[in-house]
Ligand binder design. Structure first.
Ligand code: ZN
Length: 554
């Protein structure tokens, strides 16, 4: 989209893609320089104090400087004409819900076209509708990649390491970091809505199912206290694996929605989002909420409750009053500069974030260290059984010569007799040799293996959950989220650098999750008992004793 420099009497200079709309809106004579330019370019050359005369001079100089000797030939100040056709202020047949789709969003011009396709509207008409909202002061046009001081920054993801290429209007900057959401460059503009997502109070039907356990109730009331009364903007919910931390947030979410606040449930992985969606539906019957993940092609939805992957959050701007971020320590959010930046940008001024995790990093724990204030603990599973404490066995497995010692074989046979046994290995290249070795050794067992790039991974995991295998060998793909009934866990090479103490706690957390099978065995196997192995075991023991002291486990 190209913008014109406009001058409206008593209002001054503005940048507008539709000068005749400005004239119509302000009901004043409007002049514009009749050359359409990229907004990023206009922003870099138009000084704060200016007169009509020196603007043209300046533009001319800059244009020549870029190597175009024709300058701004034919460029003149021109009076804006009358607007033809009408712009729907309040929304008509096709655009009645328009504001519900764009509130709290930051939308690139390409995405506006995508929205037009979704709501079956003319893309040009959509741009005019959006510009009307800019004139009303509800939002602004910004360059998708903007010069801030001396540095270009992608306004969607905050990236400053950009791809540069020469263009007619100087160097053009393109962001690759958020390209999965469509192009973002200094040639393009975005509409940034400033109204937030919530505000109108609405009746919310909230029906908590199933009801909370004692441990969950305790944590839930601490979350509500944080959301309603705390002066702090951030808190951490540290929960045992499989303790039902999501449900602990529902009461606070219901309170916020009734207050007219907007609420975001976010997680780095799509699986988590699609797992939480039916639970929200059950607990908030009849409530319309948004579900945004790479899997869902409909990106513009209605509802002040949003469920989204951390990538999809980049579509929002100061939209949410309350954010629950699950699995803050999981890939791809962990260590991602752009996703962390995007989350902060999506939070409204004064908004609050509750981070949820089973395995907080030391830095996060240090930051949130006062229980009841900004650290909320949920140390017990809903079935009131303690977390299975891992045992350690000294043995160094060599994938090139797959072989298990007598000791480990006794463990393995015992575990398989108890339930489906998962063997975690540190590398993809270990999976097949181990599967083959064990299939030969135990021809009667149903043995399968998988890893992240396995094309049959999804079906195999479905089979595993259904109980089709008695032994499953995999990399960290099952480390989080999945509940496999009656799982027993072996971590082979627990001292491998890919398994830190958090990964070990997560893998151990696959055992004993269900009410029908609340106990399970966990075995860490390694040649050395390194600190990560100690720490993981101690961490689990500490959760159990903390829960025991509070009377939350039997
Ligand atoms: Zn970007």
């Amino acid at each position: 989209m190209h913008f014109f420099l406009t001058y409206v009497e008593e209002i001054g200079f503005r940048f507008s893609p539709f000068p005749e709309m400005d004239k119509h809106f302000f009901k004043k004579d409007t002049e514009f320089l009749n050359i359409g330019l990229p907004l990023a370019f206009l922003e870099t050359i138009v000084p704060k104090t200016m007169s009509k005369h020196n603007i043209k001079e300046k533009l001319n100089k800059k244009f020549k400087f870029q190597g175009n000797s024709s300058g701004l030939r034919g460029c003149e100040w021109q009076k804006a004409g009358n607007m033809t056709g009408s712009v729907d202020f309040e929304g008509g047949d096709k655009t009645g819900d328009f504001d519900l789709y764009i509130r709290g969003h930051q939308i690139t011009e390409n995405e506006l076209e995508r929205l037009a396709v979704q709501i079956k509207a003319d893309p040009e008409a959509i741009k005019r509708l959006v510009h009307m909202r800019v004139l009303m002061g509800w939002g602004e046009w910004i360059p998708a990649v903007r010069l801030e001081g001396k540095r270009w920054r992608c306004q969607r993801c905050g990236e400053t390491e950009l791809e540069e290429w020469p263009g007619v209007w100087g160097m053009m900057e393109t962001c690759r970091s958020c390209s999965s959401l469509g192009a973002s460059s200094s040639q393009q503009v975005s509409y940034r809505d400033k109204r937030g997502l919530g505000k109108e109070t609405e009746p919310v039907c909230f029906d908590l199912q199933p009801s909370l356990t004692l441990a969950q109730k305790r944590a839930s009331s601490q979350v509500l206290e944080f959301v309603r009364h705390s002066q702090l903007n951030e808190a951490l919910l540290w929960a045992a694996c499989g303790a039902g931390k999501t449900e602990v947030c529902f009461t606070s979410a219901a309170w916020a929605l009734k207050e007219g606040k907007s609420v975001l449930f976010a997680a780095p992985r799509q699986d988590v989002i699609h797992d939480v969606a039916p639970r929200l539906q059950r607990n908030f019957p009849g409530l319309q909420f948004q579900v945004l993940s790479g899997r869902n092609p409909v990106k513009y939805q209605k509802g002040t409750l949003v469920l989204a992957t951390t990538h999809q959050i980049l579509r929002f701007y100061q939209a949410f009053d309350l954010v629950f971020l699950d699995e803050m320590d999981a890939f791809p959010y962990k260590g991602s500069r752009i996703l962390q930046w995007g989350l902060k940008q999506a939070l409204s001024a004064g908004g609050k974030i509750l981070y949820l995790t089973a395995t907080p990093s030391e830095a996060v724990l240090r930051r949130n260290n006062e229980e009841g204030k900004n650290l909320i603990r949920l140390p017990a599973r809903y079935h009131r059984y303690p977390l299975p404490v891992p045992e350690w066995l000294k043995f160094r497995f060599l994938p090139e010569k797959p072989k298990l010692t007598e000791n480990l074989i006794v463990w393995l046979q015992n575990m398989v007799s108890q339930g489906v046994t998962i063997i975690f290995v540190p590398k993809i290249s270990w999976v097949l040799p181990l599967v083959n070795y064990l299939r030969i050794k135990y021809p009667g067992w149903r043995i399968e293996g998988s890893y992240s790039s396995d094309p049959a991974r999804k079906q195999k995991i479905e089979g595993l959950v259904k109980g089709n295998y008695c032994l499953f060998i995999c990399t960290s793909i099952l480390e989080r989220g999945v509940t496999i009934p009656n799982a027993q866990v072996i971590v082979l090479a627990a001292d491998h650098p890919v398994f830190d103490e958090r990964a070990l706690v997560q893998m151990a957390g696959r055992a004993g999750r269900t009410k029908e099978h609340p106990v399970g065995m966990v075995l860490f196997v390694s040649g050395r008992k390194i600190p990560a192995v100690f720490k993981a075991i101690n961490w689990i023991k500490e959760q159990n004793s903390f829960a025991d002291n509070l009377g939350l486990i039997d």
